[in-house]
Design a protein around this ligand. Structure first.
Ligand code: ADP
Length: 211
């Protein structure tokens, strides 16, 4: 179970507003995050990962306290170990495909499995600038999974993939999520990919973020 209740002041086009999000989410479920542009969806994911501090709140992930502002507890992003797929990928320009994964894990068998499901096995020595947009995005997803995270946070993770590659990857990801018991929070403007990801994975829910 993942329990979240946070509040953070954000600057929006309408001036300063409070981003308030709360909810309990079943472990292993897919949580679709919806809301208008600028409402705070990306900010919310970054708060959960520990990159942005909220003014107030609690985040408890599978019985472990990640954040409790009343008790002045806030685990570092490294300790939270959430997988994060950034909207702009945030790849390392000087690292090859394989080095991105080796940076996150020493488990070579797992690295090879990830390279296979992301269809990057033949590109292991390439740096990001020599990859297509879709290949870069797939690498960002694989890197986020390298640590076998309990919680995976994805911000528009399939936006650069063509429908065929997207469906193939989503089917592989579902097997990984099932095996690891990963809970997934995903922001997407494409309802179809949210449905595809949630279909057959047991529980899914929708979290609306609206100021
Ligand atoms: P969405 O992903 O829903 O489009 P964002 O989370 O990207 O929305 O942005 C929501 C608003 O939060 C933006 O107007 C942005 O300026 C503001 N914001 C982003 N990061 C911070 C921060 N660290 N502190 C305060 N406001 C922020």
């Amino acid at each position: 179970m993942i329990c979240i209740d946070i509040e953070k002041k954000i600057k929006t086009y309408q001036g300063q507003q409070a981003l308030k999000v709360s909810g309990d989410f079943a472990a292993g479920s897919i949580v679709k995050i919806n809301g208008p542009s600028g409402a705070g969806k990306t900010t919310f994911l970054k708060i959960v990962a520990g990159f942005i501090q909220p003014e107030r709140g609690n985040i408890i992930v599978n019985d472990r306290v990640w954040l409790d502002t009343a008790l002045k507890i806030s685990l570092s992003p490294k300790k939270r170990m959430a997988g994060f797929v950034f909207q702009d990928y945030a790849l390392f320009p000087n690292m090859t495909v394989k080095e991105h994964l080796e940076y996150a894990t020493a488990d070579n068998e797992w690295i090879n499995h990830l390279l296979k499901i992301g269809k990057l096995e033949t590109l292991t020595t390439h740096k990001p600038q020599y990859l297509s947009g879709g290949q870069q995005q797939r690498l960002a997803i694989l890197r986020a999974l390298a640590t076998k995270p309990q919680l995976l946070l994805m911000d528009e993770p399939f936006s650069a993939l063509d429908p065929e590659n997207k469906t193939a990857l989503i089917n592989e990801l579902k097997l990984v999520f099932n095996k690891l018991g990963t809970t997934v929070f995903m922001v997407s403007h494409n309802p179809q990919e949210l449905e595809e990801l949630a279909a057959g994975l047991g529980k899914s829910s929708t979290l609306f973020i609206n100021n």
